[in-house]
Design a protein around this ligand. Structure first.
Ligand code: FES
Length: 141
């Protein structure tokens, strides 16, 4: 069996939603200290719905594929749904990632949460702190 699914390869080679949103409503940047990879997510939000999303990822192929898939999964969705997106769901949507690459999908979950948090804080919106507790890799732990 190939190491990476066709979907991973597709999203790695043709990533969706790459770029920057000027005047984004929320921006989240996270990094993985071990591998040094960085992911940045930009959100445009209207009436609690993500109307646009873009990302910049300086990282491995799995991180790029995860960012691409994650942006597709949250585009047009209510913030509440985006907050529920787990790294496991991102990996499943990609038809799986090798176990030692699951941490790459965690970056996507964390970057989205951070961007939403940024939006809440910039706009003085009250939020449930529990939803922003340090996320952990739902597959590796
Ligand atoms: Fe760093 Fe994949 S190896 S995010």
């Amino acid at each position: 069996m190939a190491l990476y699914s066709e979907k991973v390869m597709d999203h790695f080679k043709n990533p969706r939603n790459v770029g920057v949103i000027e005047n984004a409503d929320g921006v989240g940047e996270v990094g993985n200290a071990k591998c040094g990879d960085i992911m940045k997510i930009y959100l445009k939000i209207e009436k609690d719905t993500i109307t646009d999303v873009k990302f910049e990822t300086f990282g491995c192929g799995s991180a790029i594929a995860s960012s691409s898939m994650a942006t597709e999964l949250i585009k047009g969705k209510p913030l509440a749904d985006a907050l529920e997106l787990t790294n496991k769901a991102v990996a499943e949507a990609l038809d799986g990632l090798p176990a030692y690459k699951m941490h790459c999908s965690v970056l996507a979950e964390e970057a989205i949460k951070k961007a939403i948090l940024d939006y809440y804080e910039k706009n003085g919106i009250a939020y449930d702190k529990e939803k922003f507790a340090e996320s952990e890799c739902h597959a590796c732990h």
